[in-house]
Design a protein around this ligand. Structure first.
Ligand code: MRU
Length: 346
């Protein structure tokens, strides 16, 4: 089954409601930029490339609403859209990358009718969406040769079809390895506190009959020590100019453990996740999420009232712990600033 994480239907954006997976599968519609920003914030849609595609459509949907309006009204509606979307989540740089691209087209079409401008904005959103699937397939193609036949692959969070326009980044590598005939199996970390591994990665793998074993995050070290993990592949939300990578909280722990146990540790991500403006990981903003995600789940509370809680949603894995960065342009081993510049032809 091909998962359509987001789609454009009847002049609206539709998103699989990932908060309800795997128990229920349904789409929610976003009819304007504010609804789209709220959907990103509430994690209806999540995962860096999917957030970027969604933001682009969020601008497009707002432009459609004001197509035909006077130029001043159109421009101020779009300015508001850029602002609310940019404020939805802070870490995944794909959000800001997509908004910047939409801003460019908005600027280029300033002398056109608002109807024409709205059409150009929708065309770009469709292109960002369409390109993302091809990019994930290219990541998969470059990453698959790194996976040995019979490999037991650990992954963290969900960097799959649900986190992208389709195929996935880390799970794209896994899917492509499977498609190449390799008999692989996946160890999916549950990924506390939001359970993207248990709810989403496990669901994607079960849907496709890729053998998957679900473990809680604190089992990872034990499994590595027992030689039950051959390779680790994760995604990224933002990669700094020197190769430091922000990804779901717990990724850094895995990278440290992987070095200790000499297990290759790969980050799979598109170029749109690279933020050349962040010199290193310390410049990457880390989202702090609601304490309720840690003190309970879906209305069930297990922690005592009055306890103080920390809930950073991402951590930084230093480039030195990354065996290779798998992108649509190929794999760079031991990423550093000069190799990363090379990916952009600089
Ligand atoms: O908080 P989330 O679910 O948006 O975090 C997602 C991740 O950390 C993913 O690993 C990352 O965005 C890569 S998705 C291809």
């Amino acid at each position: 089954m091909q998962v359509e994480t987001l789609r454009w239907r009847d002049g609206r954006l539709e998103l699989i409601d990932q908060r309800r997976l795997p128990l229920e599968f349904e789409y929610v519609a976003c009819a304007d930029a504010v609804q789209t920003a709220n959907a990103i914030r509430a994690m209806v849609v999540r995962g860096a490339p999917a957030i970027g595609c969604t933001a682009a459509y969020g601008v497009a949907v707002e432009a459609q609403r004001h197509a035909g309006a006077a130029r001043a009204q159109f421009d101020s509606a779009l300015e508001h859209a850029f602002k609310v979307l940019a404020a939805s989540r802070p870490t995944a740089v794909n959000l800001f990358w997509a908004i910047a691209r939409m801003r460019e087209v908005h600027a280029q079409t300033r002398n056109e009718s608002t109807q024409t401008a709205a059409e150009s904005l929708l065309a770009l959103a469709r292109q960002i969406h369409g390109d993302d699937i091809g990019i994930c397939r290219a990541i998969g193609r470059h990453g698959a040769p790194l996976i040995a036949d019979g490999a037991r692959i650990m992954t963290h969070c969900n960097a799959g079809a649900l986190a992208t326009a389709g195929h996935g980044t880390a799970l794209g590598v896994i899917r492509s390895a499977r498609d190449a005939g390799k008999r692989i199996s996946v160890i999916a970390n549950e990924t506390r506190p939001y359970l993207q591994g248990a709810r989403l990665t496990a669901w994607e793998m079960v849907q496709e009959n890729i053998p998957v074993t679900l473990v809680t995050d604190n089992m990872a070290g034990h499994l590595m020590q027992q030689s039950r993990i051959d390779v680790i592949v994760v995604g990224a939300d933002r990669i700094a100019a020197n190769g430091d990578a922000a990804n779901k909280i717990g990724t850094y722990t895995l990278a440290v453990l992987a070095e200790r146990h000499r297990i290759p540790f790969y980050v799979a991500a598109p170029l749109s996740s690279i933020d050349s403006a962040s010199a290193d990981g310390s410049a990457i903003p880390i989202e702090e999420r609601d304490a309720a995600e840690v003190t309970g789940f879906r209305g069930v509370r297990w922690a005592p009232e009055g306890v103080s809680v920390a809930n950073p949603a991402f951590d930084i894995t230093p480039a030195a712990l990354i065996t290779g960065l798998i992108t649509e342009k190929g794999v760079i081993n031991r990423p550093d600033a000069s190799q990363i510049r090379g990916l952009f032809g600089r």
